[in-house]
Design a binder for this molecule. Structure first.
Ligand code: SF4
Length: 691
C-alpha cells in the first residue's frame, strides 16, 4: 500500500514575503515542496503570485536551519538541550526582574510571525514580566504612516481593499517601489491602467518600473515630499476645488489647515523640491479631474525625519478632496512584511495594547489587567530605537528578540551591535543563525510559517489562516510554543494547546477583532477588520464616519522638516530598498538556489552623470563611506537613478549592508530610522570593468 508520506498533500498557507498576503495551496510529499498553486478563491491575489511566493520556499529544508538550542561559552556557541537553554533564560530573567526591575528587560516580536505569536510576546512582556518594553519591526518602516493616519482619520490601516486600488481613476504612488516590493499590487495597478484607463502618477527619486509605466512621473529632491503635497493641497483649496460638502460633513479643523498651508506656495515648493511649477500644477489638476484617487506610499515617505508629517500631509490632501469613505479612494500605506499590520494590531508596541487601545486608557488597562490576572504597568515602554540607546546607557540588561535580524535591519548597525555587547543577557529566537544571533547568549531554533498554524493580517487589514504544511523540522518549535514555555517558566500558567484558543482570547479583548474566530476563517475565507461580533467585516474602513467621538476626521496641519545636513564631503545620497527576488535582510531568500541564481547579491546603481564624472563602469568596485561605516560594492550604471543619487538594495548575501552606512537619525514622532536620509562619499577601489 502507498505510504502516507508518498501521497501528495495540499495545504493552504499565506505568503510571508510581503504585505499583499497572497494565499495559495502548497503541494508537498513529505518535506518535498512540489509546487505552489494559487486558486481563484485566494482573496488578495486570486491566481497571481510573484517569483518569491512561487519559488521562494526551499529555505525550509536548508541544511543551515537551527535544530538545537545554542548556548554561548566565551566566544563560541555550543549545542544545548531545551531544558538547559530554558534554565538559563529563567535564571537570568528572574534575577533581573527581582534585583533590577522589569524595566530592565525588553522584547521584540517579528512581523513574519503570526498574530497569535505577537500577541503572546506582548502578553509575556506585560502580564508575566511587567514591562511595556515591547516592539516590532513596523518601527523600521510603517509607524510614521500609522501615525499620520491616527492623527487624521483615526485608524492606521488601508482605507479599502487591494481591489479598490485598481478601481481608482487616479492611482498615486509616492516613495513605493511597488513592482518589486508588492508585485501583485503592481500587477493590479498596471491592469487598471490598461483595462480601465486609470491614470498612474508616481513620485520617487528613482525611476523604478512603475515610474516607467506612469502617466506622470515626478522626481522631487530627497525628503521634500511634504512640501509638494502641501503645495498641491493649497493650490486645490485656492482654486476652490476642494470638496466642501465632504469637509463640512466629515472633517474638522479646515481653517487650521488653510492657515498651516499659507507658506506652501508654488514658488516655495519649486524652491525646495526641485520640481517645476508646471509639474506641481499638473499634479493638482490630475487630482482635481479624477473622480476618485488613491495614494499608495511606503518607505520613501516614512523613513525620513519628517516621515509622520509627510504621511499626515497625504491624508490631509485626501480629506480635502473628499477621497475617503468611498470605494476606489483613500490612503494605502503598503505594509512591507506579511504581518506588519498584524504585529501592531496585536499590541506589540510600547504605547498600545492589542487593537490600538492606549496604554494610558485606564478602562482598557483595567480590562486587560482583569483578563490577565495582574495589575498592568500604565507607563509607556521603550520602542526599539530607544532600546538601543538604553543598552548604551546601561539601562537595559536583557533583550529577547524573535525573528528579527536587528543587527542588520536597524539603522547604524555598528552602533546597534555595540549596544548588544553591553547587554547582560540576550536571547535570539530564529530559524537561522542570523547576524544578530552572533551577539546572543542563548539561540532558540524556531519554525517558519510552513511548519505552523496561525493567522496573518495583510496590508488591507485582511485576516487569513495559514495551515501547517509540514511538521516542524526536528529539534525546532513554533514560536507560540516557545513563548508559552518561557512564560510558564517565569511563573505563568498558560495552557494554550492550539493557536485558535489564543485568537479567541484576542477576540474577547480586542474590539476590532471581536468577531474573529478560526471557523470564520476556514480555508480561503478571510475577514477585514474591524470585525464585528456577528462576523461582519469591513472591506471599506470608513463607511459612516471616522472613529472619533463626533465621527469626524480632522485636518492636522504639518510643517516640513528639512533633511539631515551632512558635511560637504558626503556628497552622494544613498537610496535603498528591495529587489524583486529577495526579501528584506535576505535570511530566507539567499538560501533559495533559484533566487540566488537570478540575483546573487547587492550591487550599486549609479547614474550616467556620476559614471561620467568619476569614471565608473559596470563592475567598478567602489567603497561607500559614511560617518558611521563603509560598504564595498560593485557598480551598475543605469538611468533609474539620476545625478548624485545611488541605490543600494537592502538585501545582500554578504556584507554590503546598507545599514553599515545609515545613521541613528529618526522620524521625530515615531523613532523610525531616517534610512532615506543617508549620505556617503564614493571612493573607487578597483576599476575592474565588466564583471
Ligand atoms: Fe504575493 Fe507578496 Fe508573496 Fe509576492 S511576495 S507572492 S506579491 S505576498
Amino acid at each position: 500500500a502507498e505510504m502516507r508520506e508518498d501521497r501528495i498533500k495540499k495545504t493552504k498557507t499565506v505568503c510571508t514575503y510581503c504585505g499583499v498576503g497572497c494565499s495559495f495551496e502548497v503541494w508537498t510529499k513529505g518535506r518535498d515542496i512540489l509546487k505552489v498553486e494559487p486558486t481563484p478563491e485566494s482573496p488578495a491575489n486570486q491566481i497571481s503570485t510573484c517569483v518569491k511566493g512561487k519559488f521562494g520556499w526551499d529555505f525550509v529544508n536548508s541544511g543551515e536551519r537551527l535544530t538545537k538550542p545554542l548556548v554561548r561559552e566565551g566566544n563560541e556557541f555550543r549545542e544545548a538541550s531545551w531544558e538547559e537553554a530554558y534554565e538559563l533564560i529563567a535564571k537570568n530573567f528572574k534575577e533581573t526582574i527581582e534585583k533590577r526591575g522589569p524595566e530592565r528587560l525588553a522584547f521584540i516580536t517579528s512581523s513574519k510571525c503570526t498574530n497569535e505569536e505577537s500577541y503572546l510576546m506582548q502578553k509575556l512582556a506585560r502580564a508575566v514580566v511587567g514591562t511595556n518594553n515591547v516592539d516590532n519591526c513596523s518601527r523600521y518602516c510603517q509607524s510614521p504612516a500609522t501615525m499620520g493616519l491616527w492623527r487624521t482619520v483615526g485608524y492606521g490601516g488601508d482605507s479599502g481593499s487591494i481591489t479598490d486600488i485598481g478601481s481608482a481613476e487616479l492611482i498615486i504612488g509616492i516613495g513605493t517601489n511597488t513592482a518589486e516590493a508588492h508585485p501583485v499590487i503592481a500587477t493590479r495597478v498596471k491592469s487598471a491602467q490598461k483595462v480601465r484607463g486609470s491614470k498612474i502618477l508616481v513620485s520617487d527619486i528613482r525611476k523604478h518600473e512603475l515610474a516607467e509605466r506612469a502617466d506622470m512621473f515626478i522626481r522631487p529632491n530627497p525628503a521634500s515630499d511634504l512640501v509638494w503635497l502641501n503645495a498641491v493641497t493649497k493650490y486645490i483649496i485656492d482654486n476652490d476645488w476642494h470638496d466642501k460638502e465632504f469637509i463640512a460633513k466629515h472633517v474638522n479643523n479646515f481653517d487650521e489647515l488653510v492657515k498651516g498651508l499659507e507658506k506652501y506656495t508654488i514658488d516655495y515648493a519649486v524652491q525646495h523640491t526641485g520640481l517645476t511649477k508646471e509639474e506641481i500644477i499638473k499634479v493638482a489638476n490630475m487630482i482635481h479631474e479624477a473622480k476618485s484617487t488613491v495614494v499608495m506610499w511606503a518607505m520613501g515617505i516614512t523613513q525620513q525625519r519628517g516621515g509622520s508629517d509627510a504621511s499626515t500631509a497625504i491624508s490631509n490632501l485626501l480629506l480635502a478632496t473628499g477621497n475617503y469613505m468611498k470605494p476606489g479612494a483613500g490612503a494605502y500605506p503598503l505594509r512591507g512584511h506579511n504581518n506588519v499590520q498584524g504585529a501592531s494590531d496585536m499590541g506589540s508596541m510600547p504605547t498600545h495594547l492589542p487593537g490600538y487601545q492606549k496604554i494610558d486608557d485606564k478602562e482598557a488597562l483595567a480590562k486587560f489587567s482583569k483578563a490577565w490576572g495582574r495589575e498592568l504597568n500604565p507607563e509607556k515602554g521603550q520602542n526599539n530605537h530607544q532600546m538601543v540607546d538604553a543598552m548604551h546607557d546601561g539601562e537595559l540588561d536583557i533583550l529577547y528578540l524573535k525573528g528579527e535580524d536587528m543587527g542588520i535591519v536597524d539603522s547604524n548597525v555598528n552602533y546597534v551591535r555595540a549596544g548588544f555587547e553591553k547587554l547582560k543577557f540576550m536571547v535570539v529566537q530564529d530559524i537561522f543563525f542570523s547576524k544578530t544571533a552572533e551577539y546572543a547568549d542563548v539561540v532558540l531554533p524556531a519554525a517558519p510559517s510552513f511548519e505552523k498554524t496561525g493567522t496573518f493580517s495583510n496590508t488591507e487589514r485582511r485576516i487569513q489562516r495559514l495551515y501547517q504544511v509540514m511538521e516542524p523540522l526536528e529539534g525546532s518549535k513554533p514560536d507560540w510554543i516557545i513563548i508559552q514555555e518561557i512564560a510558564n517558566l517565569l511563573g505563568a500558567n498558560w495552557n494554550y494547546t492550539h493557536p485558535s484558543q489564543i485568537m479567541d482570547e484576542i477576540a474577547a479583548l480586542t474590539p476590532i477583532y471581536s468577531g474573529v474566530n478560526y471557523e470564520r476563517l476556514d480555508g480561503f475565507k478571510s475577514l477585514q477588520w474591524p470585525v464585528h461580533e456577528d462576523g461582519t467585516d469591513s472591506p471599506l474602513l470608513f463607511t459612516d464616519g471616522f472613529p472619533f467621538d463626533d465621527k469626524k476626521a480632522r485636518f492636522a496641519p504639518v510643517d516640513w522638516t528639512e533633511p539631515t545636513e551632512y558635511p560637504a564631503e558626503y556628497d552622494i545620497h544613498v537610496n535603498n530598498g528591495r529587489l524583486l527576488e529577495h526579501f528584506h535582510e535576505g535570511n530566507m531568500t539567499y538560501k533559495v538556489e533559484g533566487l540566488v541564481l537570478e540575483t546573487p547579491g547587492a550591487f550599486l546603481e549609479v547614474s550616467h552623470e556620476l559614471a561620467a564624472e568619476r569614471g565608473l563602469e559596470d563592475g567598478t568596485l567602489v567603497r561607500l563611506q559614511s560617518p558611521y561605516g563603509r560598504v564595498d560594492v560593485k557598480t551598475v550604471v543605469t538611468d533609474r537613478v539620476y545625478g548624485k543619487e545611488v541605490y543600494l538594495p537592502m538585501n545582500d548575501s554578504g556584507d554590503a549592508a546598507i545599514n553599515l552606512l545609515s545613521s541613528s537619525i529618526a522620524d521625530k514622532d515615531t523613532s523610525t530610522p531616517a534610512y532615506k536620509e543617508t549620505k556617503a562619499k564614493l571612493i573607487i577601489l578597483d576599476k575592474g570593468g565588466k564583471s
